[in-house]
Design a protein around this ligand. Structure first.
Ligand SMILES: Cc1cc2nc3c(=O)[nH]c(=O)nc-3n(C[C@H](O)[C@H](O)[C@H](O)COP(=O)(O)O)c2cc1C
Length: 244
């Protein structure tokens, strides 16, 4: 990445980034946005973040997503660079306060919607990376909690809504696993989650696997939920009997 002058090392070349953004902005009809770190290595984070944002804003960029930690290019792998450099949310809040006309979204280590809501009191948006990937079911509550809609989309409903897309992709030759591998965490922490993952990972990779695998995996989840509800009802009536 560094030899190719790609990725976080571009925090060292804000003029180049701004030139690129001007060219990108002129070439596309959608907003050209920037996702950046707060700095790299021994840079002063405040100076490097503001310099990148201000130069890009001059080039016409209005929307920034800031991963609120430095990247340490010497000695850390990309994976370590997502966890080890400390988070500095306050710096991103200061950026928003100092540049109120820009749209500033925050990213990095935000684990759930409670945390997202707290950040939204300070900035315009939140980007969830690993939380959304490992526990995508949490996205079903976003429209209600963040955007004020009146209902949530449950995980089972989300799969049902996704099935027509899966069917269309299967029909055009995409393997089932290419889609189901991103759904493995959907029932995270819920009864039947293990069965869901097992069926999708074992059956979903077989040649010719189709929607019947998704239905079988869903049945594992809904069956487990029904069993748990039955157990809870039985435990409830036992307790009621003991109390009587
Ligand atoms: C497997 C993986 C690949 C990633 N690839 C990119 C990438 O190509 N470009 C980028 O800006 N961020 C990339 N990221 C970083 C995320 O966009 C995000 O900034 C980072 O995971 C921190 O947010 P989180 O704590 O919510 O996960 C990647 C993250 C993961 C886990």
């Amino acid at each position: 990445m560094q030899s190719g002058r790609l990725g976080a090392c571009l925090m060292r070349e804000p003029e180049l980034v701004a030139d690129c953004m001007a060219a990108i902005g002129a070439a596309v009809s959608v907003p050209a946005t920037v996702k950046c770190r707060i700095g790299v290595d021994d840079q002063d984070a405040e100076a490097s973040l503001f310099s990148l944002v201000d130069l890009c804003a001059k080039a016409g960029v209005t929307h920034f997503v800031v991963h609120a930690r430095k990247a340490w290019l010497k000695g850390l792998s990309p994976k370590e660079n997502r966890d080890i450099p400390p988070l500095d949310y306050e710096l991103v809040y200061r950026l928003k306060r100092a540049r109120p006309d820009l749209t500033i979204a925050i990213n990095g280590g935000i684990a759930d919607l409670e945390a997202a809501e707290a950040h939204l009191a300070q900035v315009d948006g939140v980007m969830l990376g690993r939380a959304a990937y490992h526990n995508p079911g949490l996205l079903g509550a976003v429209d209600r909690r963040i955007f004020g809609e009146d209902r949530e989309v449950g995980a089972v409903e989300a799969v049902e809504l996704y099935k027509p897309y899966i069917a269309a992709q299967l029909a055009s030759g995409v393997h089932l696993a290419a889609m189901t591998r991103h759904m493995l965490g959907l029932f995270h922490g819920m009864p039947g989650a293990r069965g869901w993952r097992r069926i999708l990972t074992v059956e979903g990779v077989k040649a010719g696997a189709g929607l019947e695998v998704v239905d079988a995996a869903l049945a594992a989840v809904t069956g487990a939920a029904a069993l748990r509800a039955q157990d809870e009802r039985a435990a409830g009536s036992l307790e009621a009997g003991e109390a009587a």
